[in-house]
Design a protein around this ligand. Sequence first.
Ligand SMILES: Cc1ncc(COP(=O)(O)O)c(C=O)c1O
Length: 378
Amino acid sequence: MIYLDNAATTIHKPESVIEAVTDAMRHVGNSARGTHAGSLDAARVIFETRMKAAQLFGCPDPTRVAFTSNVTESLNLAINGLLDAGDHVITTMLEHNSVLRPLYRLEEERGVEMSIVPADQNGCVIYDDFEKMIRPNTRAIVTTHISNLTGNMLNVARIGKIAHEHGLIYIVDAAQSAGNIPIDMAAMDIDVLCFTGHKGLYGPQGTGGVCVMPGVEIRPFKVGGTGVQTYLKTQPKDMPVRLEAGTMNAHGLAGLSAAIDFINETGEDQIHQHEMTLMKAFYQEVSKIDGVKIYGDFSGDRGAIVSINIRDYDSSEVSDYLMQEYEIATRPGAHCAPLMHEALGTTDQGAVRFSFSYFNQMDDVKTAVKAVRELSEQ
Ligand SMILES: Cc1ncc(COP(=O)(O)O)c(C=O)c1O
């Protein structure tokens, strides 16, 4: 199979990640639940991973990194834990449902007000709109870093600057950028960075986290056993246990730790460049094919995603055909990004998303281009 659905999850992982998980499963116990070797091993693995994540994302203090099971949980944690009744929040049409649904729910249940920065038919926003939408009760801005549908990248530093000039909290969904685009929370004015381990970080599924800048205090979502301060009736206030209740996924985090080592050893720039080379080659070739429509803005830096449609063919049928006839894995349909499809005018047809990883090669691109060409000729 030629795997071009890396924006959903990366299937090809570094061997070191697989080895780290299997090794951890042989000896890692339950962190903070005793002083025996197994428990200490777990604590060590988890703390090392916190330090590596903090360093990778420019978070000044590793204890401000709390682990979750994925970016959806991270976003739920941040959004529910920072917004109150009567608050106003600004987001964009680029967002995944893991941003939109928690916000819609708060709108309904807590009366949180929400404004959505529009995107044009190329999936681009006007940055002045963020400023124009600010109200006296605006509390936060929540945006993705890279659209999972078009691959367009938002200038998060620019949005962060606007947020901080107005005393707002800036929450970023780094699902599509973590691991391949350098992120520096402090320099980019990001207050809460939400990430997932299983995509561009090349870690295991079931890993993710939030990095929270000092001074920003998120209300815990789940409360329970932490192994410390047992006689307190409430969740301990200090990070990271404030946001971590229950047994940690130390096995998965051992894999995430090895995955971050892989990213650091290979270099985010090197990974990004390789992915861009493949993405651009695919984009350039398919844009020459009659009947192919490509979505997104390809004028600047971006993610390694190209979403297309062929004539008026249903995107699911195209994706099925690509798998059956060419063994190429892509993702059709709506990609959990309803407003982005609205902006692109593709709510009925959906789109076929090709997304590239460091483990793809130019031959994969050539086969994919050939398949699109043959399909468009039918
Ligand atoms: C931009 C974006 N946000 C959020 C998510 C949700 O990721 P996860 O399923 O790991 O929580 C995805 C994954 O598709 C995504 O692309």
